[in-house]
Write a protein that binds this ligand. Structure first.
Ligand code: LER
Ligand code: MN
Length: 278
């Protein structure tokens, strides 16, 4: 039975098939068919997939498994472009930037086969000392190119501010949202990751309200990057903020498989049922 929903908030769980990301904050690792079956069995609406490349995905096979399990794909991550190939959208070298954009476009196209958006997280990169303005110009241009490409499939592109240990471009939601608005970067929505927000924001619900209609996706996770309910985040005001925004996107569990994948998945769906039960 699907989890009862309010406000059309939909539930998702992350699954990574990138060997270099085995220690990363993803609930399921390595076994995409198995994690699709488990996600459906627990009542999630969707899976969020972190692939090594577009070419590594057997799209017809995944489409069939997703359809057979009445699931959706919430989003596809692009972080392998950084983790495996060290490509970023703000690299000062135009040849590396071009490769980064091509890598992302190929993931955007693969995601479109599932009617899902792609996520720009670690591929945003970081700026060198004294180079912030130049890097933000490069980020604006690169995001615009990728978002224009996504628009051809009528899908947005998600941009994710990260905590200070992972980027120095945007760490706080309001700063990123104001920048996207002032630069008029079309078709980009913000991905708010509650783990990064726990480090960077003074008030998480207020920061979500600042993002407002630019909010496109949420990485729903506790303060310590464990499954929701295993840390000290107070989710009640966060859910209230989502309700008052009439948020209709996914709450996608991007957390460590602690104590293991199955227990983190079960913990997540239990918490979702409590928080999002109408
Ligand atoms: C990385 O910390 C993260 O949160 C990912 O979602 C970025 O792709
Ligand atoms: Mn994230």
């Amino acid at each position: 039975m699907p989890v009862p929903q309010i406000n059309m908030i939909r539930t998702a769980i992350t699954t990574a098939i990138v060997p270099q990301a085995r220690q990363g904050p993803f609930v399921f690792h390595d076994d995409l068919p198995g994690s699709i079956a488990k996600a459906a069995g627990l009542g999630f609406d969707a899976v969020e997939i972190f692939p090594p490349s577009a070419g590594a995905l057997d799209i017809p096979d995944i489409q069939k498994r997703i359809a057979d399990h009445h699931l959706k794909v919430a989003a596809l991550g692009t972080g392998a472009g950084w983790v495996i190939h060290k490509l970023t959208l703000t690299d000062p070298d135009p040849a590396i930037r071009a490769k980064a954009i091509d890598f992302i476009k190929s993931i955007i196209d693969a995601a479109a086969a599932f009617n899902a958006p792609a996520i720009i997280g670690s591929m945003q990169g970081r700026h060198a000392d004294g180079q912030r303005d130049q890097a933000l110009d490069l980020l604006a241009d690169s995001l615009s190119l990728c978002a224009t490409h996504a628009k051809r499939s009528n899908l947005p592109l998600f941009y994710e501010p990260l905590n200070r240990y992972e980027t120095n471009l945007f760490n706080r939601q309001a700063d990123a949202a104001a920048w996207i608005r002032s630069r008029k970067i079309a078709n980009v929505k913000i991905l708010a990751d509650l783990f990064h927000m726990n480090i960077e924001e003074s008030n998480v619900p207020a920061a979500l309200m600042d993002v407002g209609d630019l909010l496109g996706h949420i990485h729903f996770v506790d303060s310590n990057r464990r499954a929701p309910g295993l840390g000290h985040t107070d989710f009640t005001p966060i859910v209230q903020a989502l309700k008052s925004l009439n948020y209709k996107g996914y709450v996608s569990a991007e957390c460590f498989p602690i104590p293991d994948s199955d227990q983190a998945a079960q913990q997540t769906i239990n918490t979702y049922k409590t928080l999002f039960h109408s």
